[in-house]
Design a protein around this ligand. Structure first.
Ligand code: GBH
Length: 467
């Protein structure tokens, strides 16, 4: 059984659904730039139009109502609101668009959860160094204050930054996400650091300027796989699993929820690797400055994005090159009991979510938790009767119920990823995570509910009725 006020949601992100990439004087973001370069995204696809939610918001609202959601999570496009990234120039058409989305949701009794940043930095700020530059954190804080001021009378749940891990690692170390930098071993740590600073500044701003009047809550969404040692009786595998966790969940959750600093395992692993490779600088992992407010305690709840589980062993470096994988010295090993059955990286392990929730309860002092993303994209041709995904949602929601009832985890909400099939980053439109199918060949981008969407709606209704 779920608490009466449990949040039943689904999520999207601006660049993945909106389109209208130049509409009404929106400024370009790093994803516009990245996709328009050849060879970056599957089939050289882009989000120029995507689901065209900028024009077809009412269609999305119909989908939301059809599912009976109590909450809808979406992100604001920074460069739609502030085309140059700064508050010097505000695009009123952008403000109007999001005002309408928020007002329509509230009129239908759906609460918005708003993400300020879901991978789409204004290109103008990338041109000044992007997340590598410490000043981007202050510019993010200004943008956040602008959003709290403009929308915070109606929005009570905020996510500052979505998945800093993905932005730092995939965007700045692997180069497979925008801005496409391949600078292994240093830049991801710097970028992660500035994102944590940005998050903390925005939380502080909310706390001191808006909380008393607006009464909302602010956090950052941290993605984490569940991981276990490949051999549970092998000490090397156990240690590798701890390192793996320190370099993923711990990288962002430890500073915010436990100490105000990175996990000790992470810092010592990076320092040891630096010494081994004769790296000159004392540390590649930045330190938090005493002159800035601490990042410790800057989250009002734990926001978790969970997709998959892995077994771990030592290894996985990049030879003599510096890189995060060498620092971490922990490799994912495929295990027959957890086979990949979705996109290239997704093994369906609902029980991993329950274990991860218990781990979060025990490690981060029993926070309230929102599962801000969870989903599954099956392989192969589109099937509106997506039985496998419908089963996935059933199994997963059962595990969430067990986490609440049997493990005492204070889970307050569950957001399926995603409301709609959408632009799945480097995979373009080839990967479909939606509860609604979107026909990208149709000018009207018609939305059709999948079986999984129907099943999710049934589950929501059942729990609303207290059954
Ligand atoms: C989420 O990230 C994103 O927040 C969301 O926008 C996206 O649509 C959703 O995932 C589905 O993908 O390609 O082998 O390098 C989830 C965390 C981390 C999962 C990176 C995919 C890529 C592995 N993601 N991972 S690989």
């Amino acid at each position: 059984m779920f608490p009466r006020d449990f949040a039943w949601g689904a999520g999207t992100a601006a660049y993945q659904i909106e389109g209208g990439w130049q509409a009404d004087s929106k400024g370009p973001s790093i994803w516009d730039t990245f996709c328009h370069e050849k060879g970056k995204v599957f089939g050289d696809q882009n989000g120029d139009v995507a689901c065209n939610s900028y024009e077809l918001w009412e269609k999305d609202l119909e989908c939301i109502r059809k599912l009976g959601l109590t909450h809808y999570r979406f992100s604001l496009s920074w460069s739609r609101l502030l085309p140059e990234g700064t508050t010097r120039h505000v695009n009123q058409k952008g403000v109007q668009y999001y005002n309408k989305v928020i007002d329509d949701l509230l009129a239908c009794n759906v609460s918005p959860m708003v993400t300020l940043y879901h991978f789409d930095l204004p290109q103008a700020l990338q041109d000044q160094g992007g997340w590598k530059s410490p000043s981007t954190a202050s510019l993010f804080d200004s943008y956040a204050k602008f959003c709290f001021q403009t929308f915070g009378d109606r929005v009570k749940l905020w996510i500052t930054i979505n998945e800093p891990y993905v932005c730092a690692k995939l965007g700045h170390e692997d180069g497979i996400h925008a801005p496409g930098l391949k600078e292994p071993g240093t830049t991801a740590y710097l970028v992660g650091h500035n994102m944590l600073r940005a998050h903390a500044m925005a939380w502080q701003s909310y706390d001191s300027l808006y909380r008393s009047k607006q009464g909302g809550q602010v956090s950052l969404a941290i993605n984490s796989d569940w991981v276990e040692p490949f051999s549970t009786d092998c000490n090397e595998d156990i240690a590798a699993t701890e390192r793996y966790l320190a370099f993923s969940l711990g990288w962002f959750a430890w500073p915010v929820f436990v100490t105000g600093d990175y996990p000790e395992i992470m810092r010592s692993a990076i320092d040891a690797q630096s010494r081994k490779l004769g790296h000159k600088d004392s540390s590649r992992l930045p330190s938090f400055s005493k002159d800035e407010p601490s990042v410790l305690g800057t989250a009002d709840f734990f926001a978790l994005n969970y997709y998959t589980s892995r077994k771990v062993k030592p290894g996985g470096g990049c030879g003599r090159m510096m890189c995060m994988k060498s620092d971490r010295d922990a490799a994912e090993v495929l295990d027959p009991s957890w086979p990949i059955c979705g996109v290239s990286w997704l093994a369906v392990v609902p029980d991993g979510l329950r274990k991860l929730l218990k781990y979060i309860k025990d490690t981060f002092n029993n926070p309230t938790v929102y599962i801000t993303e969870n989903g599954f994209s099956q392989l192969g041709p589109v099937e509106i009767e997506d039985v496998q995904r419908a089963e996935f949602y059933k199994d997963t929601i059962l595990k969430v119920a067990e986490a609440i009832q049997e493990d005492g985890v204070r889970v307050r909400g569950y957001f399926a990823w995603s409301l709609l099939d959408n632009f799945e980053w480097a995979d373009g439109f080839s990967v479909r995570f939606g509860l609604f199918h979107v026909d990208f060949a149709d000018e009207m981008r018609s939305r059709t509910v999948y079986r999984s969407g129907q099943e999710y709606a049934k589950m929501i209704l059942k729990h609303k009725l207290g059954k």
